[in-house]
Every structure is written in structure tokens, then in C-alpha cells.
Design a protein around this ligand. Sequence first.
Ligand code: HEC
Ligand code: HEC
Length: 311
Amino acid sequence: MPLLLKWKIALLLCLLLLIEGLQAGEPILPLPRSHHQPAPKVALGRRLFHDPRLSGNGSLSCASCHVLERGGDDNRPLPVAASSPYPHNTLTVFNVRFNFRYHWYGDIAGLREQAQRALRQDMKAKWPQLVARLEKDRNYAKQFAALYPDGIQRQNVLDALVAFELSLITPDSPFDRYLRGETEAMTPLQRQGYDRFKSYGCAACHQGVNIGGNLYQKLGVFRDFIDDDPGRFAVTDREQDRFVFRVPSLRNVAVTAPYFHHGKVPTLEKAVAIMGEYQLGIQLPKDDIEAIVAFLHALTGNYRGRSLEDK
Ligand code: HEC
Ligand code: HEC
């Protein structure tokens, strides 16, 4: 069977599943309001996340690229210190706990493995040096000792970082309040945008609690997307994975520009128009793009009680 036909059939199946889902309720669930991570671990993880001593040359922390005062990314097309052969747009760390796999290729199974890779590749960390640096800090020694009998160790550094990442949720966006029954939390234009989002079939791919992050899909279902990034093919070597990516989450998407795996799409209007053309095979009317973009703005949630929009 030709590859394109296969993709079209897969998309059709998704749409049918979606219609079934719609009859049962909404295709998207609100984010939970609490993260249930122990406060001392989250506090230690937060400190580590912001600490440049974790990088080899002491210049870069996780927060250099994942800015929590904004969208949990760096608002650049590509990170300044990208070192991989296919440098990708920085993904947000907010709500990562709801993604089924990590990175644009979805080739990382767990957050611990992801943190190890970030430390090694993005930050050029060396474990003995990193542990020695942290041991010199009396506050760290105390914080680790209170949580871990074996003190400052690689697995404990990773454990605290992961606990912190599990705490990074952004509940109570206007959309989540709407889903919980506060109809007026979204403007009429945003509600219209959500209707369009569902009726055009965006939610076939962007769905679940993270409005994405739970499927692999091809970029360019109806039209070839010209780009030299081979997608998951780069990590699986299987022809059917060419131009396939993990569908990104759309939570807080209004504050994480620019867009796409290569960071070359500057605005939501452009991103939505491309989605219509390449993923759904339609030229979306201007009014519908406007309504959908308004809806996407309703997906901006709160971190530690403040809207990410205000920052
Ligand atoms: C130099 C910039 C940079 C630094 C420093 C950095 N990251 Fe990232 N991060 C990225 C980029 C770029 C991606 C996307 C990589 C890809 O998909 O190929 C990413 C992806 C992630 C993801 C996956 C999100 C998802 O939805 O799949 C997590 C989690 C993450 N980073 C956490 C961390 C942690 C924890 C640290 C510190 C130990 C860190 N990052 C340091 C740039 C950075
Ligand atoms: C067939 C699956 C599919 C459908 C249908 C789909 N998308 Fe996407 N969407 C994706 C994939 C895959 C990407 C990642 C593209 C890339 O590789 O950069 C994406 C990316 C996006 C982005 C950019 C996110 C970011 O952080 O860079 C936005 C915004 C978006 N989609 C919105 C929509 C809207 C609105 C619709 C409906 C008009 C839609 N999508 C329909 C699969 C889909």
C-alpha cells in the first residue's frame, strides 16, 4: 500500500475514534490542580534546575533554556548551545508528566533518562565533577542528607530533578475552567475556536490531558512538508517513520513561540494555517484561523498561582 494512503487511512481512523470520543464527552481533559510531589524534594529539584554548577563549564543551567517565568522554553528558534546533529526547538518543561515519550522524536522513554541526556549533551556535565561541586555547598549537603541516606549521588540528583519536573503543572487556564463548567471563562470567539478545533479534526492529533504529547504523527499527511529533518526515521531507521514526530502539546502554546521542530514558524496564525494545509488538506478560512488562535490563547495556565500570560 502506498505510504500516503496508509497515512490517510490512519488519519481517518483517528477521526472516527475522535467522533466516538466526542459522543462520550470532550476529547480533552483539564489538568489536575495538584501535583502531589513532596515539598522538600521539589525545593531541592528547583535549586538544581536553576544551578549552572550542573554544567561542565559552569555557565548553563536547565533554566537557561527552560525559562519558568515564561512558557518553560527559551522563545528562540533553536537553543544557543545546541549540539545535536538535528538541533530542535526547545520543548517546554511544563506539564511534561503528561507526555507519553519525550523529545520531538519521542525516542526517550522516561524523565530520568531525559535528564541524564540533557546533563550530558546540552550541559556537558561530568558526574564526579558535578558531585564534588555540590558537596562543597553546605546547604546542598543538608538538603540531600534530609532526603537521601546516601547523600549527594548521581541517582539522587536525578531523582530530585525529576520530582521537580513532575511538579511543573499549569492548571486553571480559561479552557480548563470552561471544561469544569465555567462557560464564561472563555470568550465567545474562543468557544467558537474550540468548536472549529474539534470539527476540523485538530483534536484527532492534539488531544488528551496535554492536548498532544500522546501520539506519533507524520508532518505532511496531505502534502509533503519540505524539510531536511527526517523525523523519527533518524532514530528508528524505519521508512514509515520518515517525517513522523511526537505530536506536541498545545498547552501554553501562546507563550512558547516560535513553533515547529525547527522553530521556523514565528506565529500561531502561521502554525494553524500550515496545520490546515498539511495535516488536514484544507485551506482554513481567515475567520476560522482567528477563532482557533483565540482558543489557543485560552490554553495558557497558571504556574504557582500566576498566569504565564502575565509574565
Ligand atoms: C541548551 C538548552 C537546553 C538546556 C541547558 C536543557 N534543555 Fe531541555 N530541552 C532542550 C531542547 C532543545 C529540547 C528538545 C530536544 C529534542 O526534542 O530534540 C529539550 C527537551 C527537554 C524535555 C522534554 C520535553 C518533552 O515534552 O519531551 C525535558 C523534560 C527537558 N528538556 C528537561 C531539561 C532538564 C531537566 C535540563 C537540565 C538538566 C534541561 N532540559 C536542559 C534544550 C535544553
Ligand atoms: C495528523 C495529525 C495532526 C493534525 C490533524 C493537526 N496537527 Fe498540529 N501538529 C501535529 C504535528 C505532528 C506537529 C509537529 C510539527 C513539527 O514537526 O514541528 C503539530 C504542530 C502543531 C502546532 C505547533 C506547536 C509547537 O509547539 O510548535 C500547532 C499550534 C498545531 N499543531 C495546531 C494544530 C491545529 C490548530 C490543528 C487543526 C487545524 C492541528 N494542529 C491539526 C499533528 C497534527
